[in-house]
Write a protein that binds this ligand. Sequence first.
Ligand SMILES: Nc1ncnc2c1ncn2[C@@H]1O[C@H](COP(=O)(O)OP(=O)(O)OP(=O)(O)O)[C@@H](O)[C@H]1O
Length: 268
Amino acid sequence: MIKVDNLSFSYYNSSETLKEISFNIPKGKWISIIGHNGSGKSTLSKLLVGLLEPQKGTITIDDLEINENNLAEVRRKIGIVFQNPDNQFVGVTVKHDIAFGLENQQIPKNEMIERIHHYAKLVGMEEYLDKEPQQLSGGQKQRVAIAASLAMEQEVIIFDEATSMLDPEGVLEISELIYKLNKEHEKTIITITHDLDFASKSDYILVLNEGNLVLQGTPLEVFKEEKILIDARLKLPYSLRLYHDIKKSGHEINKKLVDALWAYNLKK
Ligand SMILES: Nc1ncnc2c1ncn2[C@@H]1O[C@H](COP(=O)(O)OP(=O)(O)OP(=O)(O)O)[C@@H](O)[C@H]1O
């Protein structure tokens, strides 16, 4: 679905933010991109949706190599939900917000109304269609942003730290929705996060450190590489930290308990 080949990027007048990155994302998978602050995660997500242009290398989405002439087509395939729910609400009401992208694509009115209702229902916001943004919680605003992306029928959705400004209830709400979109609606999902516990639920993890892709693999493969994760200034998942602390305190810890902790960590 997504093929990134030898991608490099620098902002004006600064050193390389992304350095010769290559990876593939198969259709229907859930991938997490993890890394400390400033490691290049958001830059990568902006490149993937065509908001920034690669200086070297290529990005191909569903057989379409992104270039400045096909951005409208790219946006029909891939969408993004950002961190701050307030910065991405463009309509005066929920209904208008979901309609915005559809109007840009000149979708016929009947189909537009149908899609608005269908996707608002899917994210549990159908009863809020006439509400204004200030009447919604952060989690509800993010659900509207997700509905707007779904209404465009984009196959890939990137969540760029999309739960980091939400309260615990909002985090759970959006996490469950991400899981449902991937498993029940077969969307290809990319979550950008520095939360390894959250990333452990995805199918595959990419680890960025100072603009380099230093590790990639399944959660099980990635969490075995503790040194690389620690060097990348990432906080290990809770179950691993607990395991190390028990061992450090001199207590016996048997293989069965370690297996149970792993299984707990990877539980969806
Ligand atoms: N518009 C910009 N102009 C210049 N430098 C930028 C710009 N945006 C980001 N950077 C720099 O690029 C590097 C990578 O930033 P980026 O936002 O991609 O990292 P990140 O991993 O998403 O960080 P965070 O977790 O803090 O959001 C940082 O050093 C940052 O200061």
